[in-house]
Design a protein. Structure first.
Length: 258
């Protein structure tokens, strides 16, 4: 499975404390022409706050709505929980799963993904987060040897590392796809395999255009939205939900409550 193009980490619409499946369908209708695949339940979808039953409901809804690939985000701390949801994703018809890097130690992360890959049959995308990430080319090339790891979504802000990964891809020394996860680094990421960015929820065409024909002008427009929606904050999905609600795409900007 090749991961290329624009992938959307969907927000999770809520209404009166419950998952709003109608709003999710409306959101998907607005982005469908512009995205290559869907990623529910990741950070932008507040995936770490969803109960298992809510997680299943969200993934099931997204899978039923589209014929495009669906890759389920799994934000759980315990390996047993990750494996359990990965197996649920397979039963629900997902094409792959996204799993965040859990540690700040390359060696621990290599062992973690080796263990996960032994128990999960679906393809895996590694998620380098802003706080925990694979930090070296050595570590990424090591996990690249794991057969069912197919891509890395990098939101670590480490452009030096990201640029090295793009170069390795170009010369055929890295098998996995390399996806940019930060909207403010798209212009520097020319040559990557794709984007997996939250702004695709509100500006899918702009994000798709930027990937297809990157330019300083499109980047300027993206950075305007970056500022407008406060995407640099720790709760970037709040601004996205508010924007979607104000446009009538989702019913409410309500967040998931623990």
């Amino acid at each position: 499975m090749q991961i290329t193009g624009l992938w959307i980490p969907l927000v999770t619409p809520m209404y009166h404390g419950k998952f709003d499946s109608d709003s999710m369908r409306d959101l998907m209708n607005t982005v469908e022409p512009h995205v290559d695949g869907y990623v529910p339940c990741l950070s932008s979808g507040e995936g770490g706050l969803l109960s298992d039953s809510q997680w299943i409901e969200v993934v099931k809804t997204v899978r039923a709505k589209t014929t495009k690939p669906v890759i389920a985000g799994i934000k759980r701390k315990e390996i047993k929980s990750i494996i359990r949801l990965a197996r649920s994703a397979e039963k629900l018809g997902c094409e792959a799963v996204v799993i965040p890097v859990p540690f700040n130690s390359d060696d621990k992360n290599i062992m973690f993904f080796k263990k996960i890959s032994e128990e999960v049959s679906l393809p895996i995308i590694i998620y380098n987060t802003e706080t925990t990430a694979l930090k070296s080319v050595r570590a990424i090339r090591e996990v690249d040897r794991i057969e069912n790891i197919i891509a890395i979504k990098d939101s670590s802000k480490n452009m030096d590392l990201f640029t090295k990964l793009i170069k390795l891809r170009k010369i055929g020394k890295l098998r996995m796809s390399v996806l940019q996860g930060m909207e403010n680094q798209l212009l520097e990421s020319i040559g990557c395999d794709g984007y997996l960015i939250s702004l695709a929820n509100t500006e899918p065409k702009l994000c798709n255009d930027m990937f297809g024909t990157p330019s300083a002008e499109l980047n300027r427009q993206i950075m305007e939205k970056w500022e407008e929606l406060d995407l640099a904050s720790k709760t970037w999905y709040v601004g996205i939900k508010k924007a979607l609600a104000s446009r009538g795409i989702i019913r409410s900007p309500e967040l998931i409550q623990t």
